[in-house]
Design a protein around this ligand. Structure first.
Ligand code: M6R
Length: 365
C-alpha cells in the first residue's frame, strides 16, 4: 500500500529513518556494537577473519564499495569487492581466512547466489549474507546472516535497501575492526554516529522541496556526470544509477580526480555535473576539480556541508546538506541523490516504480 505517497519509491525513500532504526534495533549499546545479536556463532568466526571478499550486483554492489573504504581504513582489514557476474566466472586466488560477504536485497539474484554456491566449494572461511528477505535462498544457504530490516521494497529502484545495507555493513566492520585496528574510543564515536543517523536522515529528507526545484532543470538533459571522491565515489555511482534507471538520462559517475583523464572533454553548458561534497579530508582537492568543470562552462549541482563554504555563484548550484557525522555521511548523502532522481523522473513522466526493461529481482543470468 502506497499510503498517501504517489509512488512506492517515494514512500520507501521516506521510510529510511525508520528502516535504519529497525536495522540498528537491539544491535547497539550506548557505546558498543552488540555482536552477540548477529548470532551466537559470529564471534568465533570473526576472530579468525583476516580478509573480506564482498560480492553483489547493482545497488548492493555500491554498498559493498562503500564498505571497502570503511573496512580498510577503520578496521584495518583487507577487503575486495566485485560484481557477482564477473566474480563467478573469473578464476581468482583465494587468500587464507577470507570471509565471503554477499549483499542482496532480494536474496534471489541469480549471479550473487551462484557466486555464493561456488564459493562454498572454493574454501572460504565462512559465508555471510546481508539480506532483506528472511525466507530467501541466500539466507538459507549462507553460514552467517545479518538481516537488514527495511521491510518489503516494491519500487524497482532500490532505496531503503541500500541505506540499511550500509548500516548493517558498518555494524559488521565495527565488530571485525575491534579485533584489528579499531580502538574502543573510535568504536564509541561510530556508535554515537549510528545513534544520530535516523535523525540526520530525517533532516536530509526535509530538503525535498528544494531538490524538486533543482530536478526541473534536468528534464531536457540527455547526459549527466556524477562526481565524488573517496567513500563518496560509490555514492556518486549510486546516484548515477538511480537517475539512469528511472529517468532514462544517461548518467555516469567518476571519481573527481579522474576528470582530467578524459571525461572533462564532455563538459559544456549542456552537461549537468552533480557532486557529493561533504566536508572531509578530500574537500580541497574536490574544490579544485569543481573549478575545472566551471572553467569549461559546465553547470554544477553540489551537495555540500555548510562547513565546506562552497557558495552558490555563477555556474554553481549548492544544496546544503545538514550536518552529519563523517563515518555515516555516505548514508546521509544518498538521500538527496535519491530525491533528485525521483523528481527528475516524475517531471519526465516515466514509470517510476516499474522502469522499462527492468525487473525488481534478477533471477536469471
Ligand atoms: O536484490 P539484489 O540486491 O541482489 O539486487 C541487485 C540489483 O539487481 C539491484 O540493486 C538493482 O541494481 C536495482 N534495480 C538498483 O536500483
Amino acid at each position: 500500500d502506497r499510503g498517501h505517497y504517489r509512488h512506492f519509491m517515494l514512500k520507501e525513500i521516506h521510510e529510511q529513518p525508520r528502516a535504519v532504526s529497525e536495522t540498528l534495533e537491539g544491535r547497539l549499546s550506548q557505546s558498543r556494537v552488540l555482536e552477540e545479536a548477529f548470532g551466537s556463532e559470529v564471534g568465533a568466526i570473526l576472530d579468525r577473519v583476516e580478509r573480506v571478499q564482498i560480492v553483489a550486483c547493482g545497488t548492493s554492489y555500491h554498498a559493498g564499495l562503500v564498505a571497502r573504504y570503511w573496512c580498510e581504513s577503520h578496521a584495518g582489514v583487507p577487503c575486495d569487492v566485485e560484481v557477482a557476474s564477473e566474480f563467478r566466472y573469473r578464476s581468482h586466488v583465494l587468500a587464507p581466512a577470507t570471509l565471503l560477504v554477499t549483499i542482496s536485497q532480494s536474496g534471489e539474484t541469480a549471479d550473487t547466489l551462484a557466486a555464493l554456491r561456488d564459493a562454498r566449494e572454493r574454501g572460504y572461511l565462512a559465508t555471510l549474507a546481508i539480506c532483506n528477505v528472511p525466507q530467501s535462498s541466500l539466507v538459507r544457504e549462507s553460514d552467517l546472516i545479518l538481516m537488514t530490516r527495511a521491510g518489503p521494497e516494491i519500487g524497482v529502484a532500490s532505496t531503503k535497501a541500500f541505506t540499511t545495507q550500509l548500516t548493517a555493513l558498518l555494524l559488521l566492520i565495527i565488530a571485525l575492526g575491534r579485533r584489528h585496528k579499531l580502538s574502543a574510543d573510535c568504536e564509541a564515536a561510530f556508535v554515537r554516529a549510528l545513534h544520530n543517523l535516523p535523525r540526520q536522515l530525517e533532516a536530509a529528507l526535509a530538503l525535498e522541496p528544494s531538490i524538486e526545484a533543482l530536478a526541473e532543470e534536468f528534464v531536457d538533459k540527455r547526459h549527466s556526470l556524477f562526481l565524488g571522491r573517496g567513500v563518496q565515489y560509490p555514492i556518486a555511482m549510486e546516484g548515477a544509477l538511480k537517475l539512469k534507471e528511472i529517468s532514462y538520462i544517461h548518467a555516469e559517475a567518476y571519481p573527481a580526480g579522474e576528470l582530467k583523464h578524459g571525461p572533462l572533454a564532455l563538459v559544456d553548458a549542456e552537461m549537468p555535473v552533480v557532486t557529493v561534497a561533504p566536508n572531509d579530508e578530500l574537500i580541497e582537492k574536490l574544490k579544485s576539480n569543481l573549478q575545472e568543470v566551471r572553467a569549461r562552462g559546465g553547470r554544477l549541482y553540489v551537495f555540500a556541508d555548510a562547513a565546506t563554504a562552497i557558495a552558490t555563484e555563477d555556474g554553481y548550484v549548492v544544496q546544503t546538506v545538514p550536518q552529519s557525522d563523517e563515518i555515516t555521511a555516505p548514508i546521509v548523502y544518498t538521500i538527496p541523490l535519491q530525491l533528485l532522481a525521483y523528481h527528475v523522473a516524475v517531471f519526465k513522466g516515466t514509470d517510476v516504480d516499474q522502469p522499462r526493461n527492468l525487473a525488481k529481482s534478477v533471477t536469471v543470468e
